[in-house]
Design a protein around this ligand. Structure first.
Ligand code: FAD
Length: 594
């Protein structure tokens, strides 16, 4: 069976020792985040993950959601768990106190998010989508809509969705056909079909608030004519009570490869009453806000599921006995040695551990930068942090979800045939992880966003917010003997990344296919270097010797970091070769030759 232990020790280390939170320490909610308080939050989150959500993970997968005549039923136990989770406030950690939320920093909330997702990715999607919708309404809707809808979202009484996809329109949202016709009372009549809508219909909440992309009759063609509307499943009266159904129908649910406990719905809007969120024809701007927070959440899904798989795999490798150690029997009194003695099993476990812990450091570090972008006193600091988060969002979403797939696949391999069969739960992790590379903008599209928008933005200004601190860090520690095994490989890979950046910037100008063909390899290089930077920073922080964790913990960190530098980061070399070979071979066949 799969086993789960929340990575509380690692999270405590990252929050209490690794992260420098001094920039915001004069702001009350940040100064309140003492280790005493946050340790309790993490321990409670770990407990609820392990005891409430994890036991529903496999049963939720086996049972899935069911559909009957427009009604969707979630797997057994989800409803009770949802009540418990929302009553305890686990769904509103980052929401504003004025709506009943807890107003916690992102770096705390996202660390909790990892633990919850790790234990049951399907379940957490119902709460995750609500937070995305909350963010868009909070930022763009008028006060009347906020007053009417937000507090019930924050309490978990009502949930949210994001309705972009239509049968003819996935990546290319300019193809959206759903119509929004203005009404005399200032509302809009929404009609159209949406597909693949997560949590579009379910039995967990009293009402569901759909954020729908649609176009008004005289809107400009394509992406510039799209607006965002809030469309409740049930109308809400002026006094806040629930009114008549709003002609929003679920016409079916998808049968999927994974995340079976999460409902994926086809939705029909038939002259449903909708309210404009933000400005007319500026729907994509509001949707990007929602998607940016959702993209960080999806990156965390990759990390979380990697953690879950690693946790089971390391335990299994210690228990399962097969063969003898190459250097001679380690446990002569047993019929065979445990799997963990074998170098090839070690290779897999170290890869899993190095990716997962490095990704967790990046997650917490980037989440803090998001907090700085919202809260720093200094406007320029806020802007700089915002630029950095914008640059790294596609990298984080894509690279961490790639890690999710790689690590969950390795997890199966560690279990051998016992990983491939359903009973042990390892194959579910891979099936669940797979979608995270596709939704919220497929990874290939994230790569295009990185090279096509984020690199050239303000003549490379975004890029400088990552490259300059990294460069300074390398320079500052270049003479430190103890750190050389981390600094030199990182410097080498960073130099490759800079070479690739220059190549793409130059070649992409004369032939856009060069940038397009290089994009995914470039994003992977970026992700490898970003996580390498985290490992080097951890090594630097640990060698200062000021921490309070056990020596054993630091020893494992330094060794795992070294493995990353020696056995994972050098992949930047082959990625650079791919990029420098240009796009000719990729584009050389005619369509008929495929
Ligand atoms: C389980 C699940 C849950 C989902 N939840 C939601 C939800 O809640 N709300 C919602 O609105 N949608 C949701 N989606 C839809 C999801 O976001 C889309 O599937 C995704 O955006 C891709 O669109 P598509 O499937 O139409 O693929 P397509 O757009 O047809 O793309 C197919 C492939 O082509 C690539 N591609 C497309 N265009 C380009 C290009 N210009 N350049 C290079 N490559 C390109 C893509 O990267 C992809 O690999 C969900 C999907 C699933 C399966």
């Amino acid at each position: 069976m799969a086993t789960l232990k929340a990575p509380i020790e690692d999270i405590k280390y990252l929050i209490n020792e690794f992260l420098d939170t001094s920039e915001l320490s004069n702001i009350p909610i940040f100064s309140d985040m003492t280790a005493d308080l946050t340790d309790v939050i993490f321990e409670e989150a770990g407990k609820i993950s392990e005891t409430l959500l994890f036991p529903l993970n496999r049963t939720g997968d086996e049972q899935g959601c069911s559909y009957h005549d427009g009604i969707v039923t979630t797997p057994d136990g989800f409803k009770e768990a949802y009540q418990e989770m929302t009553a305890a406030g686990w769904g509103n950690l980052i929401c504003k106190p004025e709506y009943g939320g807890q107003g916690l920093p992102h770096y705390i909330a996202n660390a909790v998010d990892e633990m919850l997702v790790s234990s049951n990715m399907s379940f957490t999607m119902y709460m995750g989508l609500t937070i995305g919708a909350y963010n868009a309404i909070d930022q763009f809707a008028c006060d009347e809509l906020k007053g009417k809808f937000l507090s019930n979202m924050v309490s978990g009484k009502w949930s949210g969705t994001m309705c972009l996809t239509e049968p003819q329109c996935g990546t290319d949202l300019g193809l959206i056909r759903t119509k929004a016709v203005p009404q005399a009372d200032g509302s809009y009549s929404i009609s159209g079909s949406k597909i693949f809508i997560t949590a579009g219909e379910h039995d967990l909440t009293e009402n569901i608030l759909h954020l729908v992309l649609a176009r008004t009759p005289d809107a400009p063609k394509g992406i510039k004519g799209i607006s965002l509307f809030l469309v409740p499943k049930l109308n809400v009266n002026d006094d806040g009570t629930l009114g008549e159904p709003n002609r929003v129908f679920c016409s079916g649910i998808e049968h999927k490869m994974g995340i079976n406990g999460s409902s994926t719905c086809s939705m029909e809007f038939e002259n449903s009453k909708g309210f404009l969120v933000g400005d007319l024809n500026k729907g994509m701007k509001a949707m990007f806000i929602m998607m940016n927070s959702a993209r960080l959440h999806v990156g965390i899904q990759g990390l979380a599921i990697a953690q879950a798989s690693y946790c089971s795999a390391k335990n299994y490798a210690k228990e399962r006995i097969q063969g003898r150690a190459l250097t001679g029997s380690k446990y002569p009194d047993q019929a065979a040695d445990p799997l963990i003695v074998h170098p090839d099993i070690r290779r897999m476990l170290m890869t899993m551990k190095a990716y997962t812990e490095g990704a967790r450091a990046l997650s917490i570090w980037l989440s803090y930068k998001l907090d700085v972008s919202h809260n720093a006193d200094n406007k320029q600091h806020r802007q700089d942090a915002d630029d950095l988060v914008s640059l790294l969002t596609p990298v984080f979403k894509s690279f961490l979800t790639e890690i999710g797939e790689t690590v969950t696949s390795l997890g199966i391999q560690v279990y051998g045939g016992h990983g491939y069969i359903r009973e042990n739960g390892m194959e579910q992790y891979l099936r669940d992880a797979r979608i995270s590379k596709i939704y919220e903008g497929a990874n290939g599209i994230q790569a295009l966003d990185l090279v096509g928008r984020k690199l050239p933005e303000h003549m490379g200004k975004f890029l400088r917010h990552f490259f300059h601190p990294l460069s300074n860090f390398l320079e500052q520690h270049s003479g430190d003997e103890r750190l050389s095994v981390y600094i030199h490989p990182l410097a080498k890979s960073f130099s490759r990344l800079q070479q690739a950046t220059l190549f793409i910037a130059q070649q992409g100008l004369s032939n856009p296919n060069e940038a397009g063909a290089a994009a995914s390899d470039y994003l992977d290089m970026f992700g490898l270097v970003a996580i390498g930077y985290m490992w080097a920073k951890m090594a630097e922080q640990i060698t200062r010797g000021t921490g309070e964790m056990a020596d054993e913990f630091y020893d494992a960190k330094l060794k795992t970091g070294l493995f990353y530098m020696q056995r994972i980061l050098p992949q930047t070399g082959s990625l650079l070769s791919n990029i420098m070979s240009g796009c000719t071979s990729t584009m050389s066949l005619s369509e008929e030759q495929f």
